[in-house]
Design a protein around this ligand. Sequence first.
Ligand code: PLP
Length: 380
Amino acid sequence: MPFAPFDWIDDEARRRADAGLVRTLRPRPAEPELLDLASNDYLGLTRHPEVTAAAAGAARRWGAGATGSRLVTGSTALHAELERELADFCGFEAALVLSSGYAANLAALTALTGRGSLIVSDAGNHASIVDGCRLSRAETAVVPHADPDAVRKVLHAHGGRALAVTDSVFSVDGDAAPLPELADACRTEGAALLVDDAHGLGVLGEGGRGALAAAGLAGGEGIVTTLTLSKSLGSQGGAVLGPARVIEHLVNTARTFIFDTGLAPAAAGAALGSLRLIRREPERADRARAVATALYEQLTEAGLTAVRPDAAVVSVRAPSADAAVRWAADCRAEGIAVGCFRPPSVPDGVSRLRLTARADLTQEQIATAVAVVRRTAPVS
Ligand SMILES: Cc1ncc(COP(=O)(O)O)c(C=O)c1O
């Protein structure tokens, strides 16, 4: 038999092509050529001169890299400052920053659960939560989307150590989780609640303090949140926020913190720069939500099927994966960048265009984007 250990890859590639699910990397120029409704730069901060200057200043002072795990090469004053300000802004006792939001979810889930404990996870949760559940070795019960009664029932039947986990705003449809009801179920059943606020930070709550602040749950005894620094804060990296003893436990046990190089100084500097800017300009959060509502209203008035946004993500249904890919390409050809979500990134198998509202979009840009999405829509 010939030695061909990777032939199976060609078979898989053919199957992907037949199903219209091939993914390709497109080059991105330094200067944006398209109107951007595809990125997660909700507050329009990633190119803000203050934020890029903070990144450059941090790199000059602390170096281009963190040089190792913070437990090995030391933890900078910059990391400590970012953690203090993040915790304070979002209303939690303590914070720990990691190299990505993905690593933050893996850290929280693996360190706070384990063999013999139970994780109750929403069916619409982000892939990093799914992977955290898998790595944790805990028993995982996947419950129907946004169903606090189902969470309560599963927790009640288990009775032992448990944690429920949910996105605050779901990345595919932009709908919000029922946080007060979930917190209540966890409280009465004695379970912890972990909320991934990747899409809530900067957009929800007063001045963008996040979904937990908006729900009056920030800093609660059994509540932990994970964040990404790569969306509203326009930087890169992630964080876990919660009670000080939880954060100390993570420093001692979370493998994606212990065995990973610390967050790069430039990323920490940029996140800190954005955080200070948001504190000074709290109206950015309201503006991002208003842009999302305007996009939704104009898209539905134009006859498209969209989901009413709870934060800054607007999701528009497409008839098939192929049609979604062609639709997004047609929008790009007309100068508008939109996201395209299709299997396996969508839990229900329904492909969508995903438009993100940016606080700095003008009324004219919103109208142009809607007109292009409408004009290029597949005829069903
Ligand atoms: C809900 C959610 N959680 C976590 C992540 C991962 O964050 P990061 O990109 O910082 O790894 C993302 C997106 O990227 C996300 O949408």
